[in-house]
Design a protein around this ligand. Structure first.
Ligand code: AMP
Length: 277
């Protein structure tokens, strides 16, 4: 497994593969890899001849109050997982390789990137769309894999790639969960043992809301009930629980696919999750 740290080295490896007609997959990550990331790498390895995994804790998607400095980093552990799951190349650039002195450009996906997460973390999708656009242009993969765990991010990236005419297929992969339903996340390690026991309540609450909506309940009422359930389980604060159109993330319309999405605070961790209706 080779690790490259410059865009020039990444491009020269990709050019070599392309000469032999290889189909190339990209899995962008921020490292601290777990079984959720592993499933994305496996998904890419099944769809492409060569898989690139990027590891980059992207500073522009963190606000100054957020956990950029303390975000978990463990490259050796990450490389083991990538090798085991069939990755071929790791792109792990330094910050200055990605945001060179004098970098001025931001990518903003309006509407989709401004609701839900975008209301509570206004910087977030601008940072994500900018860095993913750069990664896609740097690696020029045929296919890029993103987790449904970050469902709104997947929608934002699809729209960005389409709007910017980046010739890549964006694939969404199912959320990988712990046995008790908690969606795997690098940030779950911020939870104390006591909080970890409470954490699955967010998945339970949105799952119940999704079944009630499927059974005919009003989506807004079902979402409001889920807020109450998450709070009474012991979460300190709920940023949102919302039932939305699964494609536009606007208000849901009966007869179209819907998604229930949530974000809530438990101790130092802000957990997000979502389920299909
Ligand atoms: P991150 O390293 O957290 O930025 O995530 C990198 C990629 O892994 C994103 O596409 C995430 O949606 C995806 N991912 C994170 N957690 C999970 C999970 N539990 N199941 C599936 N995909 C995930």
């Amino acid at each position: 497994l080779e690790v490259v740290r410059t865009i020039a080295d990444l491009r020269s490896r990709v050019a070599g593969w392309r000469k032999h007609g290889a189909r190339i997959g990209l899995v962008p990550t921020m490292g601290a890899l777990h079984a959720g990331h592993a499933s994305l790498i496996k998904c890419s390895a099944a769809r492409a001849d060569r898989t690139i995994v990027s590891i980059f804790v992207n500073p522009t998607q963190f606000s100054p109050q957020e956990d950029f400095a303390t975000y978990p980093r463990d490259e050796d552990h990450d490389l083991d997982i990538i090798e085991r799951e069939g990755g071929d190349l790791v792109f792990a650039p330094e910050i200055l390789e990605v945001y060179r002195e004098g970098h001025r450009t931001k990518v903003e996906v309006q509407g989709l990137g401004q609701t839900l997460e975008g209301e509570f973390r206004p910087h977030f999708f601008i940072g994500v769309a900018t860095v993913v656009a750069k990664l896609l242009i740097q690696a020029l993969p045929d296919v890029a894999i993103f987790g449904e765990k970050d469902y709104q991010q997947l929608c934002v990236i699809r729209q960005m790639a389409m709007d910017l005419d980046i010739p890549v297929e964006i694939v969404g992969a199912a959320t990988i969960r712990e046995q008790d339903g908690l969606a795997m996340s690098s940030r779950n390690r911020y939870l104390t043992a006591e909080e970890r026991a409470i954490a699955p309540a967010i998945f339970d609450a949105i799952s119940r809301a999704a079944s009630r909506i499927a059974g005919g309940a009003n989506p807004a009422t079902a979402a409001a009930e889920a807020v109450g359930e998450v709070l009474s389980a012991g979460f300190q604060r709920v940023d949102y629980v919302a039932a939305r159109d699964a494609e536009t993330l606007r208000e849901p319309v009966r007869g179209r696919p819907m998604r229930v999405l949530a974000a809530a605070w438990l101790g130092k961790a802000r957990l997000i999750d979502n389920v299909a209706v």
